[in-house]
Ligand binder design. Structure first.
Ligand code: SAM
Ligand code: FES
Length: 345
């Protein structure tokens, strides 16, 4: 198996059969070997720097009904909120003072935020913070809308493909949502000129090693600037309430593989990873990740952006999260830096 890890490091590629066998046949010993290689590659390109992104969860209204997601349309128990432009500006101001130079605007697919409203938000942040990157994560939209947001000043877009395989995708989403449409959005975003982030959940219901192999092949083909992965975690008011969560062990292994396949990719150690294990985010960094995304949303709405159960940091002020993250990273020998943290890809 080490041969495949060596091959991956040398060539950045494996076949579907090799990916499947490597994922299926992983052992703790092999994982240690992988993580050492992944750290080496990460240190070559990014040293011991950790980039931070300020996450602003600006709406939890959503027209979609993804079976895994706590803010799905059918969850009538979700307490819905939207942030006003003023509230978003307040988040950015606080974030800037804390050293954030990237703001990530994430939300459900909320029709209230028309193209015009999104443009107003983007233009306002762009003019107030010319030295910051603006990342959007608002789901699937038309090419024209993506273009308008880009022209208004957005630089980056996060849209996880969730799972490459159409059949598996169909088991996680209601009729009408397709893997093909989501992937087309990613190609559109790339063509427009965004720095694009995609990714998937690890251990989502019905996921097989072959599905993960296909996810890796898709990542290779798309060659995104960022890849966000995290364990699936059940939410009690969704159809997947009783499913098992994805594991720390497999998520870390996938992070290491992604670092070797795409050496210069921006790779977050996600909140979901920190939720399934108290040291999850530190372990993610030690497996090859180089980004963390502390929350900048106002404290009074944080618990309502509940995609899954027991999400961490919901009671903490932005400043606390920021300092906590710095301490955590220092404890493993890494430094949070004040930087836009653009992709080298
Ligand atoms: N609406 C936008 C979109 O669809 O890309 C952004 C928000 S969406 C809630 C952000 C991500 O949360 C999804 O891409 C999904 O991978 C993740 N997510 C949703 N439910 C989850 C769960 N139960 N466990 C882990 N991750 C989840
Ligand atoms: Fe819309 Fe999850 S169902 S963000």
């Amino acid at each position: 198996m080490r041969q495949w890890i060596d091959k991956l490091r040398a060539t950045g590629e494996l076949s579907r059969e090799e990916w499947t066998a490597l994922i299926e046949g992983r052992t703790p010993k092999l994982a240690e070997y992988l993580f050492a290689q992944a750290r080496e590659v990460r240190h070559i390109h990014y040293g011991h720097d950790i980039y931070i992104r300020g996450l602003i969860e600006f709406t939890n209204y959503c027209k979609n009904d993804c079976l895994y997601c706590g803010i799905r349309k059918s969850n009538e128990k979700a307490n819905r909120y939207r942030l006003s432009l003023e509230e978003i500006k307040d988040c950015c101001r606080a974030g800037y003072d804390l050293g954030f130079r990237t703001f990530v605007l994430q939300g459900g697919e909320d029709g209230y935020y028309t193209d015009e409203r999104m443009e107003e938000i983007i233009r306002t942040i762009r003019s107030g913070y010319p030295d910051c990157a603006i990342t959007l994560s608002v789901g699937e939209r038309e090419h024209e809308s993506y273009q308008r947001f880009f022209d208004a000043g957005a630089d980056r877009y996060l849209l996880r493909h969730e799972t490459y395989d159409a059949e598996h995708y169909g088991k996680l989403h209601p009729a009408g949502m397709t893997a093909e449409h989501r992937q087309n959005c990613l190609w559109d975003l790339k063509q427009i000129g965004y720095q694009v982030g995609t990714g998937f959940m690890v251990g989502s219901p019905f996921q097989t090693p072959e599905n993960l192999a296909d996810d890796m092949l898709f990542l290779k083909k798309l060659n995104p600037q960022m890849v966000g992965i995290g364990p699936f975690i059940p939410h009690h008011d969704t159809p997947f309430a009783d499913r098992d969560a994805g594991t720390l062990e497999l998520t870390l292994f996938m992070l290491g593989l992604i670092r070797l396949m795409l050496p210069r990719v921006l790779l977050p150690s996600t909140t979901a990873l920190g939720t399934i294990d108290p040291k999850g985010r530190e372990l993610g960094i030690l497996a090859g990740a180089n980004v963390v995304m502390p929350n900048l949303s106002p404290t009074d709405v944080r618990k309502d952006y509940a995609l899954y159960d027991n999400k961490i940091c919901t009671g903490d002020e932005a400043a606390e999260c920021r300092m906590c993250m710095e301490r955590r990273m220092k404890s493993i020998g890494y430094d949070v830096v004040v930087s836009r943290g653009d992709s080298l890809v």
